[in-house]
Design a protein around this ligand. Structure first.
Ligand code: PMP
Length: 434
């Protein structure tokens, strides 16, 4: 791409002119990316960045086998799912094999938001109820119904609070939340129970309870032990269904388990999946029990123009094959545990790191003062300095003080060492000494 055709400055002006203001760019000096390869992204000068951010490029940026699978099927046929085609059933069979037998029916869609949107329609149809219980600072997507259950949005900038049918419980954050410590699971589950009790007094029942197995936008918050099992128990006792949003955490990233809910010894009624399934190609899935699927199929047809098309399914099947054949769940476990252990060592020497948490290659580093006040400016400083050293990182959490690590699963021990080296270096800089 010849540089003189359009400068970075022109691209920024064009964005301002053509695109919505809500669409943000990362970094004060945004990077112009032109290529991806494995765990790296390359800018227009050929500068290589180690990517600890993109959990969509699950098996590595532009994995050649995924590219080939997509190209080959694109050259043959792409159409909707109203014709018999082996790709959709072959992919369905392979994906279902990763799930417990209770989750046995799939619907194909194109984004995580669409998956959660469909899950919400399913629970409303199946239960006849409308009330949804969701976590504080949870995020489940950009559609109307998803935004209405996403406290991250309606309790954040530009938001206007929870709608009538959304019921928010305190984020089960054992580090800085309402209840603290490893044994806080029961107290948080009790909050869910209280919401159900309030609803019952008004003659209402929950349609569903939705949560991520590790709350991502909330700042990589791991659910305290026992919380999910007890919360599911309370919700089910009231006739509600349980949705696990695996859009960020699923497909082997947790290391110990293939799906996030499996860390908690529960089986949801519905699992929503997105981001990593297509390695960047828009592909998302709703898995549910036969019971929910039967209740949803009440005579109304479900059609999705692009969902389950042969190209998407060829890509999805290839991604799944690579996760298995390249042992990426195992890699997430090994490299993730190594990285977490080393990060904890860094934390011991740098008081600015208050907590290191997460599973597999889905980790969080929370920056706080000694009395647990959030340090968003330090987080921003660190991410910008890391960029100068060719490492991409991201920040999240309601206080913008949690560094998120969620790289492509091909992230190696050497990549981890590079990340640790520069983190260690920057943590010694004056601005980080609080
Ligand atoms: N659920 C979770 C947990 C997410 O993180 C996201 C996206 N960040 C979504 C749903 C929505 O997915 P999409 O952007 O693909 O619509």
């Amino acid at each position: 791409e010849p540089l003189e055709v359009v400068s970075d400055q022109e691209l920024r002006l064009q964005r301002q002119q053509y695109l919505g203001k809500g669409m943000s760019l990362q970094y004060k000096e945004p990077i112009r990316m032109v290529r991806g390869a494995g765990v790296f992204m390359l800018d227009q000068f050929g500068r290589k960045y180690l990517d600890t951010v993109n959990n969509v490029a699950h098996v590595g940026h532009e994995h050649p086998d995924v590219v080939r699978a997509g190209q080959a099927q694109m050259a043959l046929l792409n159409t909707n799912s109203r014709y018999l085609h082996k790709n959709i059933t072959a992919y369905a069979e392979a994906l279902l094999a990763t799930l417990p037998p209770e989750l046995s029916v799939l619907h194909f869609v194109n984004s995580g938001s669409e998956a959660n949107e469909l899950a919400l329609r399913m629970v409303k149809t199946a239960t006849g109820h409308k009330d949804i219980i969701a976590s504080e600072v949870g995020y489940h997507g950009n559609t109307n119904a998803c935004a209405e259950i996403s406290s991250y949005k309606f309790d954040g900038k530009g938001g206007s609070g929870a709608p009538e049918h959304t019921h928010i419980f305190p984020i089960p954050d054992a580090f800085r939340g309402k209840y603290r410590g490893a044994d806080s699971g029961t107290a948080y589950a009790e909050e869910v129970k209280q919401i159900i009790g309030k609803l019952e007094k008004e003659g209402r029942r929950p349609a569903a309870f939705i949560i991520e197995p590790i709350i991502s936008c909330g700042g990589q918050v791991e659910l305290p032990e026992g919380f999910l099992k007890q919360a599911y128990g309370h919700v089910r006792q009231a006739g509600g269904l349980c949705i696990s949003d695996e859009v960020q955490v699923g497909l082997g990233r947790m290391g110990k388990t293939f799906w996030g809910f499996q860390l908690h010894d529960v089986v949801p009624d519905i699992v929503t999946m997105g981001k990593p399934l297509g390695n960047g190609h828009p592909l998302a899935v709703v898995a549910c029990t036969r019971e929910v699927a039967e209740a949803f199929a009440n005579g109304m047809e479900f059609f999705n123009t692009f969902g389950g098309n042969p190209v998407s399914c060829a890509i999805g099947a290839e991604v799944l094959r690579i996760v298995k054949d390249e042992g990426l769940q195992q890699n997430a476990l090994q490299v993730g545990e190594y990285l977490k252990t080393e990060l904890k060592k860094l934390a011991a020497n740098h008081p600015v790191i208050g907590d290191v948490r997460g599973q597999g290659l889905f980790l969080g580093i929370e920056l706080v003062t000694t009395d647990l006040q959030p340090l968003p400016e330090q987080a921003t400083y660190l991410v910008n300095r890391m960029k100068e050293h060719g490492i991409l990182m991201s920040i999240d959490g309601p206080d913008h003080n949690v560094l998120k690590i969620k790289p492509p699963l091909v992230f190696s021990k050497e990549n981890a060492d590079e990340l640790l080296f520069y983190l260690g270096k920057i943590l010694k800089e004056d601005f980080m000494l609080v």
